[in-house]
Every structure is written in C-alpha cells, then in structure tokens.
Design a protein around this ligand. Structure first.
Ligand code: FAD
Ligand code: NAP
Length: 535
C-alpha cells in the first residue's frame, strides 16, 4: 500500500493517448499544468494504433482529418492520399508525439481501472492495472468513442481452432490471408473496408451478413501536390469554413439546402450521380431534407440500391446486399470497390439475417444448419460505442455514486463534457457532444480548448472544484434528444443509439449540429459558466 505522501500527484490525469489525449496533454502542459497521460496501448494513436486491419482508412479527407492547432504542423505534414490509410495516420500521430515531445508525459501499457473523488482534498484518486495509485485535481477521459471492441457472444467462439481477429484489435505484424479460408462476421464500415483487400489477397472469403449497410464510393486517389499546396496556402480559411458545417468538416462538399421535392426526377438523378462520383459524404449533402424526411430519404436510398444492382452481376446477390432501412440513419459507409468485390469467384455472401450464426465449432461457422469450414475468423463486429470505455472503469463521484449507477438509464453529460456528481472530471467526445457525427479531430480540439479555458478560469478565480448542475445536465439531455428527433436517427438500430449491445439503454448519443454546439458551449462561458457550480 502506497502512503499518501508517496502518491504521485498531478494537476491533471488524462486517460487515453489517441488524438484526444495527445492534444489534451499538449494544451494543458502549455498552460504550465503538471499532466500525466495513462494509455493502455504501447504507443500513441488510439483508434489508429488498434485498428490495423487491411483497408483501414479515414473517410473524412486527410487534409481535414488532422489537427489545426499548430500552423507549423499543418504546413509541414504531407498527406499522400485524399483519404489517408491507417499506417499514414498512425505515422502522423507519432510525428505529433515526437514534434511536441509528448511521450515523456505518457505512461504506456497502463490501464486505468478505477477513479474515486475525494471530497476532503477535492481531487481524484486514480488506480491502474499495475496496482499503482495517482492523485490529480482533474481527470480528463480521452478514452474514445470507438475503443472497446464488441465481441459477440456466439457459442463456441473460444473453441475455434484457427485464428480469430477483431478489426479493432488487429495484430501489429502483417497478416496474409493468401490461400486461406476466411470468414468475416459483420458488414459495417470496418468490414466494408477490409473485405475488398482480403479478397484481393486471394483468400476464399465468406462474408456473414446480418443486415446490409449503405456504402458510397470514396473515390480515393493520390493527393495532387498542387492541390495540397493550395489548401495549405488557405488552411485557416478552410478550417474556419469547416467550423460552420453541420459536422465541422466538408465545406467543399457543395452542401445544398434544397428539398428533393423541388427538383425533377432528372435533376435528382443528375445530382445523386454527380455526388456518387464526388465520393464520400458529399452523397448525402445534396438535399436539405434527406435526413429529415423519410420520403425524401427514399430517393437517396433507391439510388444506392440501383447502383448496387448496376455493380453486382448476380441480381439475387445484389438484392441481398441492398439495405432497406433509412439511409444515413446508421452511419454511412464509404468504400473502395466493396460491392464489386462480390463479383469475384472467391467471395461468398452468407445471409444470416433469418438464420443467425448458431455456433462456432473448431472447424468453422454454423448457420442455417450448415457448417462453413474456415481457417480464420475476422470479427468486424464493431464497438461498445460512446460509453463502453467509461463504463468499464470503476468511477466513483460524490458520495461514492458510480458512473454505472448514474448512467443506468442512459448517459447524460452537460455539454457532453461534464457530469453532475462528478466534479473536476471532463470527457472528450462524450455522449451529448457532436463526437461521432463530426470530424472527430475538430470536435476534440473544441472540447479540449473549452476544458483548458475552464481550468484556467478556475485557477484565476482560485476555485478548487467545478461541477455540472443536475438541472443543466437534464436540460442538455433533453436538447440532445429534441435535436435528434428532428432527424431520422431514431428510425433504425444503430451503435450510436446503443442498439448493438444487449441490455444497453437506447438513446441517440450525439449532439446534432456542430456549430450550434460550439455556440452553446461559448454561451455558457459568456454567462459566467451557466449551469456549473464552483467551490
Ligand atoms: P481513441 O483514438 O479511441 O483513443 C482512446 C485511447 O484511450 C485508446 O488508445 C485506448 O487504448 C485508451 N483507453 C481507453 N480506455 C482506457 C483505460 N481504461 N486506461 C487506459 N487507456 C485507455 N473519425 C473521424 O472523424 N473520421 C474518420 O474518418 C474516422 N475513421 C475511423 C475509422 C475507424 C476504423 C474507427 C474505429 C474510427 C474512426 N473514426 C473516425 C473515429 C475515431 O475514433 C476518432 O476520429 C478519433 O481517432 C478518436 O480519438 P480519441 O482520442 O477520442 O479516441
Ligand atoms: P459496426 O458498424 O457496428 O458493424 C458491426 C457489424 O457486425 C454489423 O454489420 C453487425 O450486424 C455485425 N454483427 C455484430 N454482431 C453480430 C453477430 N452476432 N452476428 C452477425 N453479425 C454481427 O462496426 P464497425 O464496422 O467496426 O464500424 C463502427 C464505426 O467505426 C463506424 O460506424 C464508423 O464510425 C467507425 N469506422 C469508420 C471507418 C471509416 O471508414 N473511416 C471505418 C471503420 C469504422 P448488424 O448490423 O445486423 O448489427
């Protein structure tokens, strides 16, 4: 047992060394605070450290999916593709760590297991899996929205004789599937990126699909150095324009507010076709009502289904690959050759929508009474998103109330950053912030800057503790719901409303509208931190 005087003590403990934790460290350390980052992995990068599966890449353009806080950094870093692949994004994270000498304050291979608020000292006692305890006035959870892999409880998974991989915990060494029989379970964004790459490696590939998803082409390409140069010459303007976009990115997506009903069928077809060619999220930016009106949405959904039928040779297979839910209600996928891959003779779609996977045997996957013999299984089964990382930690706020009790009915967080009953504790990209509906690096920068300002304010005023008021937190949760209800997000089962995890409370967990969110965060400050109590 470490005595109180031997405890390592900091101003701020940041948990997680992805883009959120790295920027928190940079920013708070610049303020002269003593900061320690605790990270479970062996190096920085978070998402891009763990998700090393073939085909992993961003679907927000590289020039935008990057930090803006340092002009030198954004000028010196050269991206090679329109959408950077995982190795390049990881190199970027490592470069940031080197450039700002971040690693000296990051403790790797350290998992935080518990944190308890101590009333007497107005500080947190944080415990780690190596048995250590650290004390800090503030804790910042930069533990990620998509950092806890969802491993489905399929009978017999442990008995499988071959290799089992999860896309979100991919090995560091290269895995080659040439000549192997590979089963991919899942057809979300991760599978949609991995399937074409694994198929190309020459594997005999079985894709187990429970529900199909809509995917639009990335139209990825090498980044023209001249284009890159011209973006860099106007970087500040681009970043500023992006802050005004609904997701904090994509000012070049030619967003239009027009209704689909105001255009003729020919005009609509031209518009969708143009956007299909542009690639990525431009597809849903053509009309203002696609995500608000179910009938309007059908036009976009029909267009994608027609495309799937154009691309996939076998009409029955095309039918199976065609989703019928609201497009955009689950996160839109962005691909390179996903649908086309199903024309290959080595790729097989196994429909498990009506006959779920019954069990896994040492030899393979059983569904519909048939066993599919396999050498490897890839779980592309997603994450316990948004709240999973925090709910796996024993966090106790005032009077020993745990985060698990607090969030039993679903998560609530004022401004998506603070939780009533949990003083001096901040979440980055927490539930109730734009997080997964936005360019998450932009959202991270905004959150961290806000937290930094709050801590600075407290130091100036000599406050020891800050805490969200319950009423403000409830009003915020109501607002998050009201905004989501104005869109079609409630219309399907999705991880961002907790539907992919058994027993998880259902609620849409992101704040819709990045600029409005930022305005409200700023307004709170202008009103002297309205909704907060200081001690
Ligand atoms: P993370 O990168 O998830 O980092 C969290 C870190 O916390 C992890 O390293 C984890 O090990 C650590 N951690 C968690 N719990 C503990 C604990 N108890 N103790 C110690 N350490 C802990 N977003 C976009 O905006 N655009 C994209 O194109 C995009 N593409 C994506 C592609 C994939 C494959 C995935 C999975 C996500 C993608 N995202 C994308 C979302 C992505 O998660 C964010 O953009 C961003 O990287 C999140 O950074 P973060 O620091 O908040 O969290
Ligand atoms: P996901 O979207 O949650 O997809 C998981 C898939 O696994 C779904 O198809 C799901 O089917 C299936 N599944 C889960 N359990 C199953 C079971 N027992 N049997 C059969 N199928 C099962 O997860 P993800 O693909 O990892 O993506 C998560 C998020 O990460 C994305 O939405 C995105 O935000 C981010 N991401 C982004 C990119 C990118 O392009 N930049 C790439 C990867 C990930 P059901 O649909 O039927 O539940």
């Amino acid at each position: 047992m470490v005595s109180e005087s031997e405890l390592q003590s900091f101003d701020v403990i940041v948990v997680g060394a992805g883009f959120g934790g790295m920027y928190s460290l940079y920013r708070l350390r610049e303020r002269g605070l003593r900061v320690r980052v605790l990270e479970a992995g062996t190096d920085v990068g978070g998402t891009w450290y763990w998700n090393r599966y073939p085909g992993a890449r961003c679907d927000v353009e590289s020039m935008e999916y990057s930090y803006s806080f340092s002009e030198e950094l954004q000028q010196e870093w050269e991206w090679t593709e329109r959408y950077a692949a995982q190795p390049e994004i990881l190199r970027y994270a490592e470069h940031v760590a080197d450039r700002f000498d971040l690693r000296k304050d990051i403790q790797f291979e350290t998992r935080v297991t518990a944190a308890a608020w101590d009333e007497e000292s107005s500080s947190w006692l944080v415990r780690t899996d190596d048995g250590a305890a650290l004390r800090a006035r503030f804790v910042v959870w930069a533990t990620g929205c998509l950092s806890v892999p969802n491993v489905p409880g399929i009978d017999g998974l442990d008995s499988f004789a071959g290799e089992v991989y999860h896309t979100g915990r991919w090995p560091h060494e290269e895995v080659n599937f040439r000549g192997r029989r590979v089963g991919v379970i899942g057809t979300g964004s991760s599978a949609i990126q991995a399937v074409p790459m694994i198929a190309e490696q020459g594997a005999e590939l079985y894709v187990f699909q429970r529900q199909p998803n809509y995917s639009v082409p990335a139209n990825n390409r090498p980044l023209d150095p001249e284009v890159q140069q011209s973006v860099k010459e106007n970087y500040t303007a681009l970043r500023e324009e992006n802050l005004l976009q609904p997701g904090g990115f994509g000012s070049k997506l030619q967003r239009r507010a027009v209704s689909v009903f105001d255009e003729s069928p020919e005009e609509r077809e031209r518009e969708f076709e143009k956007r299909w060619k542009m690639g990525g999220f431009a597809f849903l930016a053509g009309y203002g009502d696609l995500l608000r009106d179910e009938k309007a949405n059908q036009y976009a959904a029909d267009f994608v289904r027609r495309k799937i039928h154009e691309i996939v040779d076998d009409p029955e297979l095309a039918d199976l690959l065609s989703p019928h839910h609201i497009i955009g209600c689950r996160r839109l996928c962005v691909d390179t050759d996903y649908y086309r891959t199903f024309n290959r003779p080595n790729v097989h779609l196994v429909d498990v929508s009506t006959d779920p996977i019954e069990r896994i045997t040492p030899q393979g996957v059983v569904t519909g009474g048939k066993e599919y013999p396999l050498d490897d299984i890839i779980l592309a089964t997603g994450f316990d998103a948004m709240t999973g990382a925090l709910l796996r930690i024993d966090i106790q706020g005032r009077s020993g109330v745990s985060i698990q009790e607090k969030w039993r009915e679903g998560p609530k967080a004022y401004l998506g950053m603070t939780i009533a009953g949990f003083p001096n504790m901040f979440t980055i990209n927490g539930p109730g912030s734009p997080s997964v509906l936005s360019n998450m690096i932009t959202a991270i920068e905004q959150n961290v800057d806000w937290i930094d300002d709050c801590i600075t304010y407290m130091r100036e005023k000599g406050y020891a503790a800050v805490e969200a008021e319950s009423q403000a937190e409830t009003a915020w949760a109501d607002r998050v719901k009201e905004l989501a209800d104005g869109f079609l997000y409630g219309g399907c089962n999705s991880w961002w409303s907790g539907a992919n995890i058994e027993g998880k409370p259902r609620s849409f967990m992101a704040y819709v509208g990045f600029p409005d969110y930022v305005d409200r965060c700023n307004e709170v400050v202008e009103k002297g931190y309205a909704g907060f109590r200081f001690e």
